[in-house]
Design a protein around this ligand. Structure first.
Ligand code: F6P
Length: 323
């Protein structure tokens, strides 16, 4: 595909994640640096269909590098998922003279971006924006580092009350079908156990370990559950039934998606935003940018599908040695 990009559209799509604003800033300012025009598309693909489009200049992205959420807003669009939706999306892109589209989102958003490129012939580039860290071609996705820190802040506080009231706490964290956030926070919070979709879990063994630990004087436990594998409430009720010990549960939920992006997320976003614009300027499309071993990594959008996190058995072993 040979296209000289003069105007680029940018949108954020799917679940927001801290650092998306830093990515928007990076794309906008880098595009302007190269003399491109930039259109901000509000509310993801849905806003594109509804022509909710605003011109972006240098000042449009002032004072956002440190802000969570996304100034472009985001949505999950059912309409765009249809063929008619994509046809309409491309019509709108042409109508507004956009030559290329940068999509910041998760694997669902990437599927849309790839279809626009492969089947509708429209130039697209993807940036991995999701707290779940579940996309091929990058070690980290935008928002994941902050989400882990946010979850940890809460779990540290839960530990205070768990200790004081001699209770067991089951804490459910986000991640969709991925246990990445759960395993990371379990290790970093010093949790006693973690239940994730990627490994089978022996509930009876956990109940026995709790009873034995309690008999030796252990008074509190923190158990992390990934939302994709079980409900914290059910796990907590089963523990109480099996052990007779007082158990509470906490679902951290959407707090994990908000807040000031970590330094790591801001830098990741900034680097990936520039890398995405570099591709467009060089006439390279249909790609997803990521960071692998601290180097910019570019793969075909069609290969940037959902991936399972690595090293889960290794991490679990560590967790068990250390508790
Ligand atoms: O993909 C990001 C994510 O936060 C997942 O961890 C979670 O399962 C999902 O989005 C929640 O989506 P929603 O905000 O639409 O409820």
């Amino acid at each position: 595909m040979s296209v000289k990009v003069k105007k680029v559209g940018i949108l954020t799509s799917g679940g927001d994640g801290p650092g998306m604003n830093a990515a928007v800033r990076s794309v906008v300012r880098c595009s302007l640096h190269y003399g491109l025009e930039v259109a901000g598309i509000m509310r993801g693909y849905q806003g594109l269909l509804e022509e909710d489009i605003v011109p972006m200049n240098h000042r449009s992205v002032s004072n956002i590098i440190n802000r969570g959420g996304t100034i472009l807003k985001t949505a999950r669009s059912r309409e765009f998922a249809t063929d008619e939706g994509k046809t309409r999306a491309v019509e709108v892109l042409h109508k507004h003279r956009m030559d290329a589209l940068i999509v910041i989102g998760g694997d669902g958003s990437y599927i849309g971006a790839n279809k626009l490129y492969e089947q509708w012939g429209f130039p697209t580039i993807g940036l991995p924006g999701t707290i779940d860290n579940d996309i091929n071609g990058t070690d980290q996705t935008i928002g994941c580092s902050t989400a882990i820190n946010t979850a940890l802040e809460s779990i540290d506080k839960i530990r205070d009350t768990a200790q004081s009231m001699e209770r067991i706490f089951v804490v459910e964290v986000m991640g969709n079908q991925s246990g990445y956030i759960a395993m990371q926070v379990a290790l970093a919070a010093g949790a006693e156990d973690v239940i994730i979709p990627e490994r089978s879990f022996d509930y009876e063994a956990m109940h026995e370990a709790i009873v034995m630990g309690n008999a030796k004087g252990k008074i509190s436990w923190i158990i992390i559950v990934a939302e994709g594998v079980a409900k914290a409430q059910v796990v907590a009720e089963n523990i109480t039934n099996a052990t007779g010990l007082e158990t509470r549960y906490v679902v951290l939920g959407h707090v994990q998606r908000g807040g000031t992006p970590s330094g790591q997320d801001r830098i990741l976003s900034t680097r990936l935003g520039v890398a995405a614009v570099d591709l467009l300027v060089n006439g390279i499309f249909g790609k997803a940018v990521g960071l692998l071993q601290d180097e910019i990594n570019v793969i075909d959008l069609k290969d940037a599908t959902r991936r399972a996190p690595g090293h889960m058995e290794e991490y679990y072993k560590l967790l068990k040695i250390l508790t």
